[in-house]
Design a protein around this ligand. Structure first.
Ligand code: SF4
Length: 258
């Protein structure tokens, strides 16, 4: 069975720069410097809506798409982890194209080790940064076997000790694989959260912390799915499609296109 996952959050890529990859979205854009005008602490700008308005925003996202699904394919928690690591600075479609045949022969850490780094490199050579990603996937597979009995750990602390895995990748895996109400901030979510604004912040971590404070509990599990998809397909970076935005009457973005 192939399951889809709702975002294209970037995993950490090069071992030498996992935090940078954490901040990057699927398009490989590091959110720093992409803040809308006047967003951020200590600056003037639209204020976060009141609790009732925030609840209404998520009620509408929920009603429009109760079970949000995305495009990154996986078949179990391990392949989800690998797919997210591979998705840094790559498109979901590009990752899926490579992982469909890969996961057919290597859907566990042991099988991935048996495949070997050279063959893995060959299998994912169409994905950006594939050399470092192959190295990380082999290293994290080995550590999963040696330290976690071949299973993907459920805690952020444990996940973040794995090669190529940082906070955002950990949040995605915890949310999608284990149902934790974590919020993985990619470049799309970062932009949307600052525009509405739901949780203005200068860094992905600040936005994540802000969202954890304002998103009503019933909507926490899927909050990042809705916001990422909204940013990818409606509230786009260059020109938000405000005329077909289901929260355009509630959004306070000063450069709305309606
Ligand atoms: S109204 Fe426009 S700027 Fe505001 S969330 Fe919708 S698409 Fe984005």
């Amino acid at each position: 069975m192939r399951v889809k996952h709702p975002s294209s959050p970037a995993g950490d890529t090069a071992t030498s720069r996992p935090r940078q990859a954490e901040a990057a979205g699927s398009a490989g854009v590091v959110p720093t410097g992409k803040l809308p005008a006047r967003a951020g602490r200590g600056r003037k700008g639209p204020v976060v809506p009141d609790a009732a308005t925030v609840a209404e925003i998520f009620r509408r996202f929920h009603d429009a798409n109760p079970e949000p699904r995305g495009e990154l394919e996986y078949v179990n928690p391990y392949t989800l982890l690998v797919a997210v690591v591979l998705s840094a600075q790559a498109t979901d479609a590009g990752v899926n194209k490579a992982t469909r045949p890969l996961f057919a022969i290597a859907d566990t850490p042991a099988k991935m080790l048996a495949l070997g780094e050279e063959s893995l490199r060959e299998a994912i050579k169409t994905i950006g940064l594939y050399r470092n990603k192959a190295k990380n996937v082999i290293a994290l597979s080995r550590q999963l076997i040696e330290r976690f009995g071949g299973e993907v750990p459920r805690s952020r602390e444990a996940l973040e000790t794995l090669p190529g895995v940082g906070r955002k990748t950990a949040n995605v895996v915890m949310n999608i694989a284990f149902g934790a109400p974590t919020i993985a901030v990619d470049t799309h979510l970062f932009r949307v959260a600052n525009r509405i604004p739901l949780a203005p912040g200068k860094t992905p971590l600040a936005v994540e912390m802000g969202l954890e404070k304002v998103v009503p509990e019933p909507y926490r599990r899927h909050a990042h799915h809705w916001l990422i998809l909204h940013g990818r397909y409606v509230c786009k970076a260059r020109k938000p499609d405000c005329s077909r935005c289901l929260i355009n009457d509630l959004c306070r973005y000063e450069a709305k296109t309606i």
